[in-house]
Design a protein. Sequence first.
Length: 285
Amino acid sequence: MFQFISPPLPHFIYCGEDTYPAGGRHSDRSGIGVFDLLLVTRGCLYLAEESAALEIPAGSFALLRPDRAHRSTAPCREETHFYWAHFQTLGSWHETDRALTHAELRPDDELHEIHRFAYYLPRSGKLASPEAAYAWLRRLLSLQADTSSSSQWRQQLVFQELLLRLQEDTTMPERDSYLTIAEEAAAFLRRNYRDAFTYKSMSETLHFHANYVSLCMKRAFGYTPLQYLTRYRVEQAKRLLIDTNEPVGRIAEETGFGSFPYFVRCFARQVGTTPKSFRMRFRQG
């Protein structure tokens, strides 16, 4: 699978559709500089990327790298129709067989945390909802006929929906199931960060033993549930310190810290300064 780090999101460039007769072949190309997404509606394409063979039957897709050669390995045995879309990203990407942990994704901005996230697109697979995917491609084709800026904007939105469907139509490898539990635990903590935390309530909500949830979160994020919660609370406090005039003590209460001294200690340990000093840094000038 391919791992993309966002922002920025992959950028749609151009798309089209082709029909090959029986005996037709896909063209051979090398280093075209863009990702090539192929979705076959009928028939079958027989390709190879470098030495890796790809057979793409109807209702399936394949994603070819921008930096490798791909070639036809056999002619089509029947009339074959497919959609194709080219895209590229200014962000980082690489091929991987594992999911990136959230501990490896750091915020880019000290003031307002820009949430970087990783998402994954499989190299190939069977579409769970092929007609829906084809509909997005047809929509992209119709938008290409309009050269207005609003149409170009809509193209990007439609393309992101297509990529999201490809991701949802496929599943992560079974060995990454711990990520699901870690994500559910993290979502629970984010939803309830203002409330007093107990491992018992988390365990009862997630239907997993607290020790197992802790192991999953430690592996996925590098933090225990309590450490993750504390960091999240501090991030919410940073936002309130900048965006509101609430007293620091009130912010400590609103972000779930049980006492003011504890809030100050946690904040200073994570940010490197006191809440008051942090606020004044962005209020001067």
